[in-house]
Design a protein around this ligand. Structure first.
Ligand code: AMP
Ligand code: ZN
Length: 464
């Protein structure tokens, strides 16, 4: 079946064709590990996971790289300001490595909570690929795309005629001082750092915690070059798919393209896919706006991470989604209903018609909202468990596992209450039976009444 994906490069839905038959090389811009990832960031990784699972479902072997940024991402997104990780390390009196590894681990745990399987994913760290980054800068310099200033080595965007082609960014309209800072030594406002010199380097008083020797002087790489270097190393160039959030289109991804294409003379990636923002009250969720929540905030409020995954899938990745506690609670209830219902479905064969529809929807630029509607219908028309599990290969909601967990490890005192209620019910003592049901529910459990006995299950809140 033909898979169609919206390619930001060209701004249209296109039939996906891989470079090598039945294999896909994919790069997802990863986290800067200076704080806990927020759930807006996690939208980018759930989206990449759905994409990976879809490609796998259609028979592709997927080689996936998610980079870990542990150097060079500066506080004001351009080429000035402090290194985000160094700033936290200094504040917390820890080493950069301690900070970076701590948040990297937390990030990997968040992925696991969201059922993002990372067994075969490569997570290269920027600090472990300094040589590769220097190599590309050397090539750019040799080919005349780079120049040196007093504070670093810069990419000359005027030398790349396609600069800004991703998302059709109009460089001339971007005012100096907005996204692009004033730097009198830069030849063009959009030029960006490939290598920055450590402030105070050479005087023996460098303020940097991490710095490396380079042909140009002691310093550290610019933020964008790591993605060019690590994607080329692990995936080759061109590779098939590059993803990220839409905020990366104007600067980061256009800069990656400029560096890689000028260095190696071939496209960086054939397909560029971008997820829209998770917003709060209409504004982008972001650390700078202080409107973020993390996966552990969700868990603290008894929201299962997979309920959040369900919420994300209820919208198309290319549309903004506004986060509210009500919406995620609604998703939790909807998922829970399916999980509770799962055991009541037959163990018959896969319903082919449903699965054909499922394939059609998911192959159409990952239309997860339509797939979720189909999933609800699959339950209401009592199709088989196997049909549900087939769709769950891509949705990754872990419905069978959740269904099992809702019945496991019910504490003794709850089982006692259930027994009491079963006998009240048998004696037709409806008032007592009702009171006991309420008590059980207050503790985070639900009862499903069968003819004689009842079945007790934990709610999703109870298994967070
Ligand atoms: P960062 O660590 O800032 O580089 O972000 C990691 C990923 O999350 C990138 O792909 C961003 O584009 C993406 N991202 C950041 N904020 C949001 C948001 N509010 N909604 C969706 N994606 C986001
Ligand atoms: Zn990147």
């Amino acid at each position: 079946m033909e898979i169609k994906l919206h390619n930001t490069l060209g701004n249209q839905k296109e039939e996906f064709k891989s470079i090598k038959s039945k294999a896909v090389h994919m790069y997802n811009c990863g986290p800067t590990v200076y704080s806990f990832a927020h759930i807006g960031n996690m939208r980018a990784y759930v989206f990449a996971d759905i994409l990976r699972k879809t490609l796998k479902y259609f028979g592709y072997e997927v080689k996936q790289v998610i980079n870990i940024t542990d150097v060079g991402h500066l506080t004001d997104e351009s080429d000035t300001g402090n290194d985000k990780i160094e700033e936290v390390a200094k504040k917390e009196k820890k080493t950069v490595t301690e900070i970076a590894r701590f948040y990297e681990k937390a990030y990997l745990e968040d992925l696991k909570d969201l059922n993002i399987n990372t067994q075969n994913t490569i997570f290269p760290r920027a600090t472990e690929h300094i040589t590769e980054q220097i190599e590309i800068i050397k090539i750019l310099e040799e080919k005349g795309f780079a120049y040196q200033t007093t504070d670093g080595v810069y990419f000359n965007t005027s030398k790349f005629k396609d600069y800004g082609k991703l998302g059709n960014i109009n460089i001339k309209e971007q005012k100096e001082g907005s996204r692009i800072e004033k730097n009198s030594e830069k030849r063009n406002p959009a030029d960006f750092a490939l290598w920055k010199f450590s402030p105070g380097a050479g005087s023996g008083q460098s303020s940097r915690l991490q710095e490396w020797e380079s042909p140009w002087g002691v310093g550290f790489p610019g933020w964008h070059i790591e993605c060019s270097a690590m994607s080329q190393k692990y995936l080759g160039q061109p590779f098939d798919i590059h993803t990220g959030g839409i905020d990366h289109i104007p600067v980061h991804h256009n800069n990656e393209i400029a560096q890689s294409e000028c260095a190696f003379g071939v496209p960086l990636a054939n397909f560029w896919l971008h997820n829209e923002f998770l917003t709060i009250e209409g504004e982008k969720m972001s650390k700078s706006l202080k409107n973020t929540y993390t996966i552990s905030d969700l868990k603290q409020r008894k929201i299962h991470p997979l309920s959040f995954r369900f919420l994300l899938l209820s919208g198309h990745y290319g549309s903004p989604m506004n986060f509210t506690w009500d919406s995620v609670l609604g998703s939790q209830k909807a998922l829970e209903k399916l999980v509770f219902e799962f055991d009541n479905l037959s163990d018959g064969e896969i319903d082919k018609e449903t699965i054909n529809q499922f394939k059609e929807f998911i192959a159409d630029d990952l239309n997860t909202p339509k797939v979720l509607a189909l999933l609800h219908e699959t339950f209401s028309s009592k199709k088989s468990q196997k049909t549900v599990l087939e769709m769950d290969k891509v949705l990754g909601l872990n419905i069978a596992k959740l269904a099992k967990e809702t019945k496991e490890n019910i504490p003794e005192h709850i089982l006692e209450l259930k027994k009491e209620r079963d006998s009240a019910r048998e004696q037709k003592n409806w008032q007592k039976s009702d009171e006991l049901r309420k008590e059980i529910e207050r503790e985070g459990y639900v009862l499903e009444d069968k003819e004689k006995e009842s079945i007790i299950k934990k709610t999703l809140a109870g298994i967070v």
